[in-house]
Every structure is written in C-alpha cells, then in structure tokens.
Design a protein around this ligand. Structure first.
Ligand SMILES: Cc1cc2nc3c(=O)[nH]c(=O)nc-3n(C[C@H](O)[C@H](O)[C@H](O)COP(=O)(O)O)c2cc1C
Length: 157
C-alpha cells in the first residue's frame, strides 16, 4: 500500500468524506480534521466526529468506515454534505455523487482515493484535557468529538 500526500494540507484544505454503513443503509459527511500515521504497527487513519452527527451512529454501528478524497470539481457537493444531515437528506440519492461499495463499507465513484478502514479504537475527546481557548471556542454548549482510529486495510484509486 502506498499513499503519497502532503498530510498537513490533505484534510484541512482538500477535505474528505467520512462514510460508514452498507449499501442498504449508510451515511456520509464532510470532514476536514484527520490524520494518517502508524499505531500498534499498523497504518491508521484518525477522524473526529461530533457525537451529534448522524454519521456518528453509523461509525458506532459498523466495523468499517471509509475516508475518501475528491477532485476540486466536487467542492460544491462536499460543501452540501458538510452542511446537511442524513437525518433530513437522502445522502445516497441526493448528494450528486454515485455511491458504490468499497470493501466492507461504502464510498463514491467520483473519489480519486478511498481509504478503507477497520475500526480499531474510539474515545471521546475529554474537554478537560483540551487547552481552554480551544475548549471555549469549539465545545462551549456543543457536543464533544469522538476520535476514531481505523486500520487502513485497502487503498482504492
Ligand atoms: C469543510 C467541513 C469540514 C468538516 N469537518 C468535520 C469534522 O472533522 N468532524 C465533524 O464532526 N464534523 C465536521 N463537519 C461538519 C459535518 O460535515 C456536518 O455537520 C454534516 O452535516 C454532518 O452530517 P450528518 O448529520 O449526516 O452526519 C465539517 C463540515 C465542513 C463543511
């Protein structure tokens, strides 16, 4: 498996879709926080999902998730998927993207790269351990983020 990237701009500037579930029932949302690295001797992807997101339910219910990256021409679609919730929108049919299976999970045909991940770990980011200025800005009265770490088991291009 090989993935060459500028990791500090990949999530932040390019964004990604985080998708979990199966063909019958899945959800996806835009993310711009995340990381790639090594844990327990495995290649891993780390993502952060507020507990209020519909996608959070799918992250907890499924063993696999995908992180997929898109050409610039799909910025608008990623914007919509990062504003609307799967609770109020049929993301499978209305996203403007074409859903497809990826290993044990789902991605979209339009992705240039999809990382298929097997969930290894989940933990709530404890606000008590976050610098005060960040906690005030991002967590005052808002749902916390859960951190999910997945082993990257396949890279689909
Ligand atoms: C550019 C961008 C980046 C985002 N990054 C994250 C993220 O890393 N974690 C998160 O929990 N929400 C993030 N969001 C917000 C979710 O994508 C958004 O709330 C989405 O509508 C949730 O959909 P869902 O309820 O169907 O899961 C981001 C939104 C945008 C537009």
């Amino acid at each position: 498996m090989n993935f060459d990237t500028d990791i500090f701009t990949l999530f932040d500037k390019k964004w990604a879709l985080l998708t979990a579930g199966n063909e019958e029932n899945f959800n996806t949302m835009t993310i711009s926080w995340g990381g790639l690295g090594t844990l327990w001797g495995k290649p891993v992807a780390t993502v952060y999902v507020r507990t209020s997101r519909y996608t959070h339910d799918f992250m907890d219910a499924n063993e696999y998730f995908t992180v997929s990256f898109y050409p610039e021409q799909y910025r608008k679609e990623l914007g919509v998927l990062g504003k609307k919730s799967g609770r109020t929108m049929d993301k499978m049919h209305e996203s403007g993207l074409t859903a497809r299976k990826a290993g044990e999970s789902m991605t979209f045909e339009e992705a240039e790269v999809t990382l298929v991940c097997r969930k290894l770990f989940r933990q709530e980011l404890d606000v008590a351990n976050i610098p005060g200025s960040i906690a005030d800005m991002l967590y005052a009265g808002q749902a916390p983020h859960d951190m999910y770490i997945g082993e990257v088991v396949e890279i689909i291009r």
